[in-house]
Design a protein around this ligand. Sequence first.
Ligand code: 26Q
Length: 817
Amino acid sequence: MIQIKKEEFKKNITDYLKVLYRKEAEEATQQQLFQAVSYAVKDIVVDQWMATHKEYEKQDAKTVYYLSMEFLMGRALGNMIINLSANKVIKESIAELGLDLNVIEDQEPDPALGNGGLGRLAACFLDSLSTLGYPAYGCGIRYKYGMFKQKIKNGFQLEVPDDWLRDGYPFEIKRSEYAVEVKFGGYVAIRKDEKGKDRFIQENYQSVRAVPYDLPIVGYNNNVVNTLRIWDAEAIDTFNLDSFDKGDYQKAVEQQNLARTICEVLYPNDNHYAGKELRLKQQYFFVSASIQRAVTKYMENHDDIRNLYEKVTFQLNDTHPTVTVAELMRILMDDYDLEWNEAWDITTKTCAYTNHTIMSEALEKWPLELFSRLLPRIYQIVEEINRRFIIEIQECYPGNYKKIEKMAVVYDGQVKMAHLAIVGSYSVNGVARLHTEILKHQELKDFYEHFPEKFNNKTNGITQRRFLLHGNPLLADWVTQKIGDEWITNLSAIDELSIYADDEKCQKEFMNIKYQNKLRLAEFIKEKNGIEVNPRSIFDVQVKRLHEYKRQLLNILHVMHLYNQLKTNPGMEFYPRTFIFGAKASAGYRRAKAIIKLITSVADVVNNDKSIDDKIKVVFIEDYNVSKAEMIFAASDVSEQISTASKEASGTGNMKFMLNGALTLGTLDGANVEIVEEVGEENAFIFGLTSDEVIHFEQNGGYNPKEHYNIDHDIRNILTQLINGYYSPENPELFREIYNSLLEQNGGERADQYFILKDFRSYEAAQKRVEEAYKDSTGWAKSAILNVAKSGKFSSDRTIEEYATEIWKLDKVKVEL
Ligand code: 26Q
């Protein structure tokens, strides 16, 4: 463990204030204080960072490159302080300077270079890789603007740019010495080299300079610091702009524009593919830069490129970085002179692919015209991969052309990125047991039959260091006081809490901590929303991206139903409930935005209706992000995980709630299945169609929601309220589209394609069970404690241990200072 000397640390802070801003602590702004404290912390981190890389070189350790378009890191300062296990010293030093660490932490912009689950998973994985001592790089894009900030105006979502770099980000280091060139467009010519050998040369291209910025990823209390390397694009050749007479003036301007646009903004789509040219440019940009650099680095210490796979592995986070397969082939053949077969052998021993979704609208398919125009050499290679793969399929299934139709990499004028990823990888994994089974037996059935050895499951996980130790200090301290602090690096040890689940004193303590956290959230809600919520009410929470398959609509329709019941029957038994939502909708997703408006409209009516005695409150938390998430999980009683079964590949929010002692109200979807398996069905509330039932309905044309509408008076009632202006008197048509989506088929889309009405009564019954269970506060406390105790499996440390041993074959490295 490192020793931090208070006096030195304090002096560092004041020195940085001087150097950066020529100020004393008393005159500095909070932002300046944040910067100075961050630099002082970075000082400590950098020593470990250098020591780590020395050690990696000395041991010539195999390294995983985790390639991802998204890293949803959340704030770094607080997390670094925790992982340096320097919380106490640093807090005290800062207090001695008359400052408050919490206020300073709050100044950090939340680096949001990701949308949701996939990006946050990448961030948790990096934390675990460092904590376990595995050599790793995260490779991504330094978007100038990350995930937009959400403002709610008149109940509607507005998107505001996230200018996270405005004041400078103190933890990044620009590494210009590792810049590389990335080429787009032009054409491929075959030219003879000096030795008379044919070479494929990309000509008349446009290019940019990819410049890496490194961010430290600090392991917990082990001196290991890995690197998140995010690439920025710079113009290659600016001085050409001065010479008007040169024919390449036009080109120089174009190249400048290209460099300016590539890293401008993160696409805010979650689980939805948009076939935008700029998106493909982003993909190739960061992949080419990352792979070029990885290969160069490897060759600095090795002499035979053919053994690359012994020291390097590329993990593809979904299909977004799949051009890796072709880019590596290009480098091996064009730069290192390998023949196709040799290059292919190395590539397919180096790349591995993780699938995160079975939603068909998320599948990446690039039109050939676009793909070949933008990446002419890569396209040639993809064509050749496809040609050879089709021959292979033909040999396996002679005359079975359906197989080609279903499996080809290039088909129907499109490049199918998932197929390319599977063919080019040695491992294909899903992210929860159920998800992997669906991949093997439904979505990717043909590929599983052809390459059974490639398929495996790696159930997702989350880092307990951010989502318990940092996000819920009261509970973290309580756990440590009961069972010691082993759980921080070995979450399965948290099972030792089980023996306290029946202990009355512990139950009281637990419920009191939950209450304190609910108070903290209630204050936040009061401040931001102006809504008074009862901290003794059940905090029932659904926070995640807004998507129809996640069924926020089911939740709010049920709230409307409860409200109707309370109105008709004011004296009914009802335990006070606070329904909390947080969700961003993709900017172009109309129906998702309408659902946000519905939630905020219901909130306006219900929260202001004196006649229901504050029994229901509905809160929409604006701009849900990682730092808010930490506070929200800590304060939750009920975790809403209600996706249409089979649609949510895993979910990871579900695990964060569980770790914080919330009970799952959910379908048997994604990792919910495994959560219930760990904690026991009696400690969760499960409802709804199973994935088999959903898939069966889907294969038989769906179901008829009108039946429910016709026979079920309550359902008819709430649906009618969508179109009679009950919640939108100013515009009764506002929710017509939602209404139609539930009852009418629309083009290729089935009526109620997410089975909301079908599952409604089952959901209502589960909600009733929640209420009954909560009234028994000992029973609830017991279940909640057991949820914490049984969350051990869902640490990303467990997940990464599985990736490292079963897929990547990495060795752990120890770093001494
Ligand atoms: C694709 C093409 C063009 C533009 C955007 C995209 C795009 C971007 C993000 C497609 C998908 C995503 C994000 C997917 C995602 O977050 N999936 C989630 O991954 C989690 C981690 O494995 C799972 O827990 C969730 O179940 C899954 O929905």
